[in-house]
Ligand binder design. Sequence first.
Ligand code: AMP
Length: 253
Amino acid sequence: MPEFVEIRTEPEEAKPELDVSFELLDLDLLKPHEELDPNELEAFIESVTSSGIFWKAALVSKEGYVILDGHHRWAGLKKLNAKVMPCILLDYVNNPEVKVYTWYPFIVGSLNHLIDVLKNIKEIDIIYESSKDIIIEKVENMEAAFGLIHSDSNKDFILIVGDEDPYDLQKIIIKHLIDDQRIQLGYIDTIKGAEELLAQRKAVAYFVRRAPKKKEIVERASKGKVYPPKTTRHSLPFVPRKIHVPLDKLLNP
Ligand code: AMP
C-alpha cells in the first residue's frame, strides 16, 4: 500500500448523509486547481483497480467546471484511460454552503534536517520569528509563503519568503519535501490538530498557509494555473452518500 498520511480531526460523521445527484462528466472538460501528491494518486489507483468500483463522486463548480474535490480521482481515471468521472455540480462562488479551508502540511523526521533542506532551496529566504500570531498574520496577508511552527522551544519559529507568488513558492518547497527520503510529509485539517501532533511528538513541525478565496481559485484554474497539492479543503454541510459505479462504465461510457 503506498504511504499517504492525511489526518482529519473534524469528523465527517457528524454531518448528515444525503443522496446527491451526480453526472458523468467528460474528464477533458474538467479543470484542476491543484497539483497532485504522487502517493495519494497511487493510493487511489490501487483502490479503484482492486475493487473495480468508483464510490465517491467528485465536487465540481458550475462556474468554469473547476474540480473542487477529486483531483487524484480525476488524474487517476485519466491514467487508466477512462473517459468520464461521476461529478456533483455545485453553485460555488456565491454559495455560502460551500466553504474553503486548507490542509496544513506536517513533517515527521528530524527538525534540523528539515531546516537544512529549507535553507538549501535557492528561491526562498527564511526569517526567524518568535510570535505565532505574527506568523499567522503575515501568512494571511500573503507576506510569506509559509510559516513553520515546530516543537523545539530553543529555536524561533520561521517565516518563509521569496520573490515569487507565495503559492508558487509553496510548490517549490513541497517538491523538495516530497523528494527528500529522510522526511515524511503528511497533511492535517486544523491548526489545533497540528498543535496536538507536536505536543504528542507525532510530528516535529507543521506549515501554516493561507486558504485561497473561491474567486481566486476559479480564476487561477481558468488560466490553467494550479496551486500546490492539498491547498484547498472544501466542505459542505452534508456528506454525499457513497455511489456505486463500476470502473468499466467510466472506461467505456
Ligand atoms: P482526491 O480525488 O484528491 O479527493 O483524492 C483521492 C480520493 O479518492 C480519496 O478521498 C479517497 O477517499 C477516494 N477514493 C479511494 N478509493 C476510491 C474509489 N474506489 N472510488 C472513488 N473514490 C475513491
